[in-house]
Design a protein around this ligand. Sequence first.
Ligand SMILES: [Zn+2]
Length: 149
Amino acid sequence: MSTTYSRPQFRLAPTPTSESRDFWTGGARGELLIARCRDCRRFFHPPGPACFRCRSTNVAPEPVSGLATVAAYTVNRQPWIPGLEPPYIVAMVELDDEPDVRLITNVVNVSLDDIAVGLPVEVFFEDWTDPSGDEDTRVWLPLFRPRSA
Ligand SMILES: [Zn+2]
């Protein structure tokens, strides 16, 4: 099986909210933006108006390294979404900057034999615009691939 990722014909893209917009659009500048508490300095996800640890509302998105580690994964073999051909890997990755921050994503460019818990991965972004062409719905999906050395 080829492990070279090619962009699918279609994806179910999220609709950004005022709280999640930075997360979904930071990829326009190549940045994975994660909410960070300015008081306890910890990152948290999903983004929200307050830090769940210390309840501070002094929170704002900050770029992280984009480096992460596969914490769990499953191989989807069902053609749930037309244009997104199985098999593909749905994974939970933990960010190196804050292992407590876990993202559900796709890990690509890795064979089904080589995907494993503990695999070091890095973010990249896939730009999607809603078929309506509305710029407000444009998102840069954070996907992950094995680190390039
Ligand atoms: Zn805090």
